[in-house]
Write a new protein. Structure first.
Length: 477
């Protein structure tokens, strides 16, 4: 059908953030274009002057940037294409596919009411008045819906048919010469060479109207693919203006861009049982033919689990970069060199325990904490008085280990030997030592904790603990 280079586009109206549903639409367009060696373009539909601010447009660009969706070519701003929209309307007037309508708003309302009463679509009395020119009166340009029917063969929804008499003679240009969405989108898509329009199925009915405009202008009609909307976990429609649903909200929940890309792409699209995939795999496999027709539901547990896989796949540098805000938040400021070094060493051991960056920061807390480590609540209870002598023993034993020997296996051997020599269970030293070393933060194997903290930090924490928690106790605090 189309031999031209594949061109897809994402055409958001700037509302102040990149909506999660929009992000998925963008992803489908992105992968489809990549798969076919085509271009993925971005057009900001900023014709609604009240809502479209530069900041709102920037928020979309930032969202795309964070999500890792680079677009090809320059960003198109619909508001800058007004003369092309007007030209197309002129052309339609010339060829008799549109007409000037001089109804004032009151008359228009009357006609509208009448068409409603008669159960038919809106037709203006000026439709058959010839192309009357009345330079003194304001007019709108209306599309002259032809007789017959419109059939759209949608790549996702299948064949959809409308009787044209159900379509209003819609306004193309307002009295001030500004275009309406329906015209602007067709003209822009045509001039951008868009071959495939992949968007939410709330635009399905627009496809019929837009196809009529393409045909009237004698332009190739792109392939339409209307993808089901995303619903909330409760099955209710997600609202576009719901503040919590921009991709920035998901960033703040600790998702990685790669994890979110995977989850959103998989939402409503599948290839066999492929759940976890890279961009290369998604690009290779992506096909509109297997997009589900049923609405997709957000499932946060699944999202976290997919993200967890991507945390394991991510290069360490990415985790440190994307995680930085979370580590710093927990630390009330930037990490110093020693904290950063401990974090890096601990990373491979804690990644498997975290599905989001928030969880990663929680799991990292035992190494990123600064001395003196505060021990509170339940953890403090493990510092029983009989543990004091044992902690002092361990302080001496561990203090005898040289820096070069400070390794997990050797440390474990020392701890084990101590419990054996003293005929005590490991728990007797495990709980108080862990309390001193971590303050109760989630932590792995005790010998690993010692190794990851490093000799000086670990011994320092034991010393702090003995000084701050036992001496105070003895003083009756
Ligand atoms: N600007 C429209 C929206 O944000 C999309 C238009 C289109 O994809 O054709 O819903």
């Amino acid at each position: 059908m189309h031999t031209a280079k594949v061109v897809t586009r994402f055409a958001p109206s700037p509302t102040g953030f990149l909506h999660i549903g929009g992000a998925r639409t963008a992803l489908f367009n992105f992968y489809f274009a990549r798969k076919h060696g085509g271009d993925f373009r971005l057009r900001i539909e900023d014709t609604d002057k009240k809502r479209s601010t530069a900041e709102a447009a920037q928020a979309i660009l930032d969202g795309m940037d964070w999500l890792g969706l680079p677009h090809d070519g320059e960003t198109i701003y619909q508001s800058k294409n007004q003369s092309a929209h007007q030209e197309a309307a002129e052309e339609l007037l010339k060829t008799g596919h549109a007409y000037r309508c001089y109804l004032n708003s009151e008359q228009q309302e009357g006609e509208r009411q009448q068409s409603r009463d008669e159960g038919r679509a809106f037709r203006s009395p000026y439709r058959d008045a010839g192309n009357s020119d009345n330079p003194d009166a304001p007019f709108v340009v209306r599309f002259k819906v032809p007789a017959g029917e419109t059939i759209v063969v949608d790549a996702v929804q299948g064949t959809i048919k409308w009787d044209n008499k159900d379509f209003d003679d819609l306004i193309l240009l307002r009295a001030d010469g500004s275009p309406v969405y329906m015209l602007a989108v067709v003209v822009d898509d045509h001039h951008m060479g868009v071959t495939h329009i992949i968007r939410g199925d709330d635009h399905m009915v627009n496809a019929g109207r837009q196809q009529l405009i393409y045909e009237a202008l004698g332009w190739d009609v792109p392939v339409f693919a209307h993808i089901p909307l995303i619903f909330g976990p409760d099955g209710k429609k997600l609202s576009k203006r719901h503040g919590a649903l921009g991709v920035d909200a998901y960033r703040d929940m600790g998702y990685l861009p790669a994890g979110l890309r995977n989850y959103l792409t998989r939402l409503g699209w599948s290839d066999g049982d492929m759940e976890i995939f890279t961009d290369a795999q998604a690009t290779e496999k992506f096909s509109l033919a297997v997009v589900n027709k049923a609405p997709a539901r957000l499932d946060f547990e699944k999202m976290a689990s997919v993200n967890g896989h991507h945390m394991k796949m991510a290069p360490q540098g990415d985790l440190l970069g994307y995680g930085q805000a979370f580590f710093e938040k927990q630390n009330n400021g930037p990490l110093d060199a020693a904290q950063s070094a401990r974090l890096k060493a601990a990373l491979p051991h804690i990644i498997p325990r975290a599905k989001t960056l928030i969880e990663l920061a929680e799991q990292a807390l035992f190494v990123t904490r600064k001395r003196p480590v505060e021990i509170t609540g339940k953890t403090k209870k493990s510092l029983k008085s009989d543990a004091k002598a044992r902690l002092e023993d361990l302080q001496i034993l561990l203090g005898g280990v040289e820096q070069a020997q400070w390794q997990q296996d050797g440390l474990l051997a020392i701890l084990t030997k101590y419990t054996q020599d003293n005929h005590i269970g490991f728990g007797k030293i495990g709980a108080p030592l862990r309390a001193c070393l971590t303050g109760g933060a989630p932590s792995p194997d005790l010998a690993l904790v010692l190794a990851l903290l490093g000799r000086d930090e670990a011994l320092g924490r034991i010393e702090d603990c003995l000084k701050l928690y036992y001496n105070r106790r003895e003083q009756g605090e």
